[in-house]
Design a protein around this ligand. Structure first.
Ligand SMILES: *Cc1c(COP(=O)(O)O)cnc(C)c1O
Length: 397
């Protein structure tokens, strides 16, 4: 059996998105900046996609800027808000310890340029409290950036409440919503969001394309200099097929949100219940406040990397955390931010499912994972120490 359970890393494009994209490649291949008919046809396709995406987010078309993906949108949102703040003498930013690296590395860069960043602690359950955001805001705070849903553990933050806190304090609020858009209901107005990043390949659209939503009146600074595309905020000829594919994928995801959630949630719960039966295992992140498809466990006494390689041999594609950090030997900064010690954080497994997964696949995972964990523990000196009492268990049995 083959099971793809790594949808938080990327998804397979939906047939609807592939069809929309292929059609666009054939029919609207013009340059939307050209004044002739071929160009203007491409322009219409571009603006229709913009309108569609705006409507699905509760935004207006002018508030939508197309980017090369989630990372670029995060970079541009944060750098823009930082520059706007600096112009008013505000050089303080509030964020969290478990953001995606597209956010964290942008903040690190700003710190080197003289900005000050407060990184909020994440509670043990993977949640950030709006009260702590409120307490961290200072008179010189320019921006709060908190992710909507965490890409490793799947916890959903109280975004609307955090947004309200920021609004009341007159501080801009950005959210990296890459793991949330298309997976849970979002309305940028009701959710009090000023800036939002999304990426098409996380909701069955194409890779290399995303959106930065910026509420009307918020000035964006461009990262890429050149032509006047995207109202001067992002130079370069627009990738129309990808943008059209993204709009089709988002429409499909939003229209099927309830049906998909109703299908995925019981599968996820079955997965959690089954994996919890493994001794000294631990579900990372709050059981209830999470996106439908992401499950993250720690198993004491093993290496997540070996676990995922053995699972791959059994036909199960999953991850030990974030795709961006695999390949490095450092444990996940997300798990460490929850207070999980290094040696335990190493034994993590992320399974991320979507509506294309079946119950048979979940059963297969629940057969394979306990087997592989037991096999790895048999060979693990750390597990031996835990069993003999030389080393203390972190999680209660
Ligand atoms: C995948 C991801 C990104 C990066 O998006 P790309 O389109 O791959 O650049 C950013 N933030 C989160 C939370 C993600 O999961």
């Amino acid at each position: 059996m083959f099971v793809y359970a790594d949808h938080a890393a990327t998804t397979q494009m939906s047939e609807t998105a592939i069809a929309a994209m292929t059609e666009a490649m054939r029919t609207v291949w013009g340059n939307p900046s050209s004044l002739h008919t071929v160009g203007q046809e491409a322009k219409v396709a571009l603006e229709n996609a913009r309108e569609e995406i705006a409507t699905l987010l509760g935004a207006t078309a002018k508030e939508i800027t197309f980017t090369s993906g989630g990372s670029e949108a995060d970079n541009q949102a944060i750098v823009s808000a930082a520059k706007l703040g600096a112009a008013k003498g505000k050089k303080h930013i509030v964020s969290t310890k478990f953001e995606h690296h597209a956010v964290l590395h942008t903040l690190n860069k700003l710190e080197k340029e003289g900005y000050e960043v407060t990184y909020l602690d994440v509670h043990e359950n993977g949640l950030i409290s709006p009260d702590e955001v409120k307490a961290a805001i200072r008179p010189d705070t320019a921006l709060v950036t908190v992710m909507f849903a965490n890409n490793e553990i799947g916890t959903l933050q109280p975004i609307r409440e955090i947004g309200a806190v920021c609004r009341a304090a007159g501080v801009l609020f950005h959210t990296d919503a890459v793991q949330a858009v298309g997976h849970i209901a979002i309305d940028v107005v009701k959710d009090n969001i000023d800036l939002l990043s999304l990426s098409a390949h996380k909701f069955r659209g194409p890779k290399g394309v995303g959106v930065l939503y910026a509420r009307r009146g918020i000035r964006l600074f461009n990262l890429i200099e050149g032509g006047a595309q995207e109202r001067g905020k992002r130079a370069g000829t627009e990738n129309i097929p990808a943008i059209v594919g993204m709009a089709a994928a988002l429409k499909e995801a939003v229209e099927n949100l309830e049906v998909n959630t109703a299908k995925i949630t019981p599968l996820r719960e079955k997965l959690i219940t089954g994996l919890r039966k493994i001794p000294y295992s631990h579900l990372n992140g709050d059981r209830n406040h999470r996106v439908p498809g992401i499950v993250n466990f720690c198993f004491e006494g093993i290496e997540g990397e070996s676990l995922l390689l053995l699972l791959d041999m059994k036909g199960i594609a999953c991850s030990s955390g974030s795709a961006c950090t695999s390949g490095s030997l450092d444990p996940s900064h997300v798990l460490l931010s929850l207070g999980i010690p290094h040696e335990v954080a190493h034994g993590s497994l992320r399974l991320s499912i979507d509506e294309t997964n079946t119950e048979e696949q979940i059963d297969y995972i629940l057969e394979a994972v306990p087997e592989v964990v037991a096999y790895l523990r048999k060979m693990s000196p750390v597990w031996e120490d835990l069993e003999s009492g030389k080393r203390k268990h972190f999680f209660a049995e």
